[in-house]
Design a protein around this ligand. Sequence first.
Ligand code: ADP
Length: 443
Amino acid sequence: MATEKSSPSPERRRGLTGRVARARWPLVASALVLFGFVAASLVPAAYALAAFVAIVAAALVGPLERTGDAFAPPGAAPAGAGADGRLLEAVIASFPIPVVLLERNGRVVAFNEAARLMAPALARGDAVSLALRVPEVVEALRQAVASGAPQRAEFSERVPVDRWVALHAVPVAPPAAAAETGLMLLVFQDLTPLRRVEEMRVDFVANASHELRTPLASLSGFIDTLQGPARDDAAARDRFLGIMKSQATRMARLIDDLLSLSRVELNEHLHPETPVDLVPVVRQVADSLQMLAREREVEIRIAVPPAPLLVPGDRDELTRVFENLVENALKYGASGKIVEIGFAVEQTPDGREAVVSVCDHGPGIAAEHLPRLTERFYRVDVGHSRAEGGTGLGLALVKHILNRHRGRLAIESVLGQGATFAVRLPLCTGTAAEAARITSQNQ
Ligand code: ADP
């Protein structure tokens, strides 16, 4: 008679193999859920991988004495006190976005810190609707329970701040379990940054089209006039052609600024490394704008420092920064008659900074405009800007170029007393500075 040799069930195996065997379903389930989140772009792949490593570690570290339902609620109910409950808690806690685990009747089983920050009233054992009084959440939950299929809903909140959230209600059931014994996973995705970017994109397209449409409408109006009533009027033709040329120049400038802005934004994460001396850059800019200064009867004064100011940078982009600032000072601050350019070196907690300030004594800018000046197409006075040939993109370009250089722009103004635009850029350190100094001495 053959003796039947019974192999131990996975639950009774000991050691690492036993732990792996007992944790297999939660591990498979969490891997699937994480994979789903990565596929749905809810969680970056690196976060998901880190979360899964944490889950595996939680599953394998320490003895798993208790066996039982891997989906038993941890914490709230006594069943959750076991190792599988702790594993499930580790799964929930490791998500970088708000996650709440519920019983099918809507009672909270577990939630992570991100969920607590989102809904501070969440409490284990309470109905989730007490903490999340959002009709969309309640309805999505009801439908997910009824259909057994994942549901998605979106809702917005006004208090304490405007935000948009997507909710995913995912029924989770252990293999071969009755539907009513499973749990429900609520995952919340903050859509606010996406919405903001989308709003900015829509505004940007509307503004850019409007800016292009205005000169285009004027051009086609003059073409009609020249083809019709003014066909034989030589004086009108010369005058209209002059206006048409200036409108075409405005369109070209706008397109040029838009392209520069998108090029700089594209490379914003690449920080230029070549040492550039700011002093000759600024002097060249001032020289090139002497004609405009004479036209406006403004004197440009530069306080040249005794030593070079070397910053890691892109010479052409830095030239563009100072061109924009000095040109603005000459255009908008001409009534002050003097534009002063100063250089300084300041110590900051992160190292030494070069500070170049462009100061005019014109009408200045009211305080409420200051924080918005670097937004694309933002102008204090649209008519004045257009009359000066402005596109409303100059300071936006300055900001993005400075971001790329790890620098920043500080704007100060007192109405009636002028404005100061200060560019701050980290100075080259040690060997790079020396190398550039030697290079410039040899030139
Ligand atoms: P624009 O092409 O209109 O000059 P900018 O982005 O360079 O665009 O500047 C935005 C707005 O900031 C200008 O339209 C103007 O209203 C204001 N501004 C910029 N520089 C000065 C200044 N030195 N004095 C007063 N207002 C200024």
